[in-house]
Write a protein of this length. Structure first.
Length: 165
């Protein structure tokens, strides 16, 4: 009887798909600042809101049909402030392309009308915001500590990532 139970468990284990999860490094505004600073691309750090059609966001996985939406670019408008040595004090508004990336069934997400601190990449075609499945370039704009830390980084002061492992 025991052999039959073990054999049945072995069959179930061999035929059941493994649970998969996306494992992301914790997002940290100082880490993002350093990555932007080290990049060959040019970035501007802004704090404010994006306005865009949320129906254009990728849905991720359609489990029933086993379909995955591909990465998507969404046109948006940004309104807020850009970062300077005095903090987020310079009025700034622009069109921006939000590049939503997917990693398998997981897609990046961002909310329209919600305040964010964002690192917008400057390109020949305009400003780009990259929003991947693992957040790197956008942070909750209501968090005063995030704004203070990125300002400290710009000033050349304390800019050590706070690992949250």
């Amino acid at each position: 009887m025991m052999k039959q139970v073990l054999a049945a468990l072995a069959v179930v284990a061999a035929t059941t798909p493994a649970a998969h999860a996306l494992s992301c490094m914790p997002s940290d505004v100082a880490r993002s600042f350093k990555a932007a600073q080290a990049s060959e691309d040019r970035y501007i750090v802004v704090r404010g809101e994006l306005q865009f059609n949320t129906r254009l966001m990728p849905r991720g996985v359609d489990v029933e049909n086993q379909m995955v939406d591909r990465s998507t670019t969404i046109p948006a408008q940004f309104s807020g402030k850009s970062l300077g040595l005095e903090g987020f004090s310079n009025d700034f508004a622009t069109d921006v392309s939000i590049n939503i990336g997917c990693a398998g069934p997981w897609c990046g997400g961002i909310a329209s009308g919600h305040p964010f601190v964002m690192f917008m990449r400057q390109s020949p075609s305009g400003y780009q915001l990259d929003v991947g499945a693992c957040p790197t370039w956008s942070f909750d704009g209501r968090d005063r500590e995030t704004a203070a830390r990125v300002t400290s980084c710009l000033r050349g002061q304390d800019c050590e990532p706070q690992d949250q492992f």
